[in-house]
Design a protein. Structure first.
Length: 274
């Protein structure tokens, strides 16, 4: 049967594939849309297998909170080139996945990949897009936060995003200040009590080794290591960091100046190319 431009356009809207790919699929399927969609899917799987060993270091990092602002999600959708990462259709695809994650609250990344979007699993859709775009794509990261108030921040360019949970609902500006602090200062934990024991021991050992190299006596090594550790807590734990907008206050002091009971319950930060 003759394949018309309207047929090709309809299939393109259904799949997002290129015009020539749609035309060839319709010709091969003798005009059957169902078979043509299957052909395009299989092409995506074929291209995906051929590009499996490629590096997909580019992409987008985006975050969003629910309408009630008590739940948020952050996802990373990778591709091979920055050109694709800036493509409107690629960004919209990532946003559709993020919307699904916010609405369905999957337990983890694997659960997110099994959710249904437009009648197919997220994992299958990612594979299909490989055939459409011609680059390796990977949904590589997903995290969520639930708290009385959750704030999201996406740095311009979609390469860095954060989620922050606050202990009480309140001024969104305050939460955004904290989300931007996390983006700028990359803390390792909310407070020093949240730092993993192995990280603490590693920092202390670094302090001891530095002191030895400086010729300090053995009986001073532990005290020097503790001092180095306290400096690490000050620089690397969120509540103890200096507030970037007012270095006369720590983040803890800033929050207490707003509400003495206000604190951060958790955060997520992800960045590409760093």
């Amino acid at each position: 049967m003759a394949i018309t431009a309207a047929d090709v356009s309809k299939l393109r809207k259904m799949t997002g594939a290129g015009m020539m790919d749609c035309k060839h699929a319709l010709e091969e399927s003798n005009g059957s849309y169902d078979k043509a969609v299957e052909i395009i899917r299989k092409k995506g799987q074929l291209v995906a297998s051929k590009r499996a060993d490629r590096d997909a270091w580019e992409g987008v990092v985006i975050a969003k909170v629910s309408d009630k602002a008590n739940h948020g999600a952050l996802i990373v959708l990778n591709c091979e080139t920055d050109f694709v990462a800036k493509n409107e259709n690629f960004i919209k695809f990532a946003q559709d996945i993020l919307d699904l994650a916010v609405n369905k609250k999957p337990a983890d990344l694997n659960a997110l990949k099994t959710l249904t979007l437009d009648g197919r699993s997220v994992g299958d859709l990612v594979t299909e897009r490989v055939g459409i775009i011609g680059e390796k794509l990977e949904l590589s990261f997903y995290a969520k936060i639930e708290a009385p108030q959750v704030i999201s921040y996406i740095h311009p360019g979609n390469k860095l995003a954060t989620l922050v949970g606050m202990s009480k609902a309140g001024d969104v500006k305050v939460g955004r200040d904290i989300a931007m602090q996390v983006a700028a200062m990359n803390p390792v934990a909310v407070d020093k009590t949240d730092v993993a024991p192995e990280v603490i021991e590693k920092e202390k050992e670094i302090g001891r080794e530095q002191a030895r190299n400086e010729g300090k006596p053995d009986n001073m090594l532990e005290r020097i290591a503790e001092g180095k550790l306290n400096k690490f807590f000050k620089e690397s734990t969120l509540l103890n960091q200096d507030f970037t907008k007012d270095s006369s206050k720590t983040i803890r002091q800033y929050l207490q100046s707003v509400d003495k009971d206000l604190t951060v319950t958790g955060f997520v930060r992800y960045t590409l190319n760093q």
